[in-house]
Design a protein around this ligand. Structure first.
Ligand SMILES: [Zn+2]
Length: 111
């Protein structure tokens, strides 16, 4: 029982942090491309992981607003100023539990 209570629990969270208009490589449409920050935190059975727990790995993902195809990207500072001049920073979206449809390709990229 003690083991159960102290066993590690992981959780994956995401938060939309910006968007920009661009042609999607998958559907070829001009759509809003949504940038998400995704991160993983660790807790236990008695102290479940929250979005504000210490981060154990994070990554960034862009999702097409037209076809919802996700693509992994580097840290925004590395490409936004050069590749997305019309980028809109968003600070009002709350963190949510990451959508399972998008975590499969994100987890291997988490550092
Ligand atoms: Zn698309």
């Amino acid at each position: 029982m003690l083991f159960f209570l102290t066993s590690e629990k992981w959780a994956l969270f995401e938060r939309r942090i910006g968007c920009f208009q661009a042609r999607c490589q998958t559907c070829q449409g001009e759509h809003w491309q949504l940038l998400f920050h995704m991160w993983r935190t660790r807790g236990s059975q008695i102290s479940p992981p929250t979005p504000w727990s210490p981060i154990h790995g994070q990554t960034y993902q862009v999702r097409c607003g037209g076809c919802f195809t996700p693509a992994m990207v580097g840290h925004p500072q590395e490409w936004v100023p050069f590749q997305a001049p019309n980028f809109v920073h968003e600070h009002h979206h709350p963190p949510t539990v990451a959508d399972a449809r998008y975590t499969t390709i994100a987890i291997p990229m988490m550092r």
